[in-house]
Write a protein that binds this ligand. Sequence first.
Ligand code: PLP
Length: 367
Amino acid sequence: MIQIAVAKPVIGEAEIEAAVRVLRSGNVVQGPEVAGFEEEFSRLVDGRHCVAVNSGTSALQLALLAMGIGPGDEVVVPSFSFAATANAVRLVGAEPVFADIERDSFCLDPEAAAAAIGPRTAALMPVHLYGHPAAMEALVALAERHGLALVEDAAQAHLASLGGRPVGAFGTTGCFSFYPTKNMHSLEGGMVTTGDAALARRVRLLRNQGMEQRYANEIVGANLRMTDVSAAIGRVQLGRLPEWTERRRANAKALDAGITTLVTPPVAPGAEHVYHQYTVRVPEGIGREAAQQALAAAGVGSAVYYPTPIHRLTPYASEGSSSERTWDLPETERAAAEVLSLPVHPSLGEAELDRIVAACNTLGAEQ
Ligand SMILES: *Cc1c(COP(=O)(O)O)cnc(C)c1O
């Protein structure tokens, strides 16, 4: 039996043709395809400025740098995320301060974020984890009240929205990833979104050696450019994203309706989830390892995102951590112990969805 994979990146004929067309054109780095991709992507974020870069992590780093966040600053982040969220903060010389998540959404809890704000806090950085939007109304208000920058880590949440407003259009900046397993990809890639034209210009300078005109360097910058091959692939994928998102939602609906043994993911009022991951909680009586083994035996792949919260990973747990704080994150610890992601990607067929539901519903039956 072929195992149903948790993620299935698409590299189809259209993507291959787009890449070959760019290669034959000879115009391969940050040319017309990148400009076209930025323009098309801005329609997803209420027309905000978009700057394409070579990864989601680069997007986060450049967003922080462009907003002037660095040594001496603290950034409030969830610990229940991919390490890139906190790595970007450390890479610009600032310090992540970890705040707990909400039980239902798995995203940064605005009350916990408020409690984590101190005299050095420069920014809040919520993550729209698994494709569910964070509680942006409360977080925008909190950032405004304290005069803080707000960076949305939207790496997993292309097309997600809250109250009709898309993610990436709430914060001072929004950051997307186009890594192959994300809801759309450009092989590798990322996008910074912002409503502030001057900030967008700073990101553009920072991604390309501080230059707008060649050899007229204005500031110190890096080389974090996107290639036109990536942008051309990204444009093909962007065109398919609405249809793929609908399929993810329909798949999630079928899993919600069918699964009786596991705690299926709730959706907050007003939120449009895009199911980058379909993440359940496994009740203690079943046990997560036993569940994964039983699912695998039934041909159903599953994965744990993320088994170790960031604050317990070596670079953040060590005594070198300049904040020297201890973290009390009960919902984060609980989620890390209980979550399990099931296949939800758009390539699933009806028979596969049935197999996933059937395999889930036999869990715990033997005991
Ligand atoms: C994937 C991801 C990133 C980093 O994106 P890359 O393109 O892999 O650098 C950042 N944050 C979160 C939450 C992610 O899932």
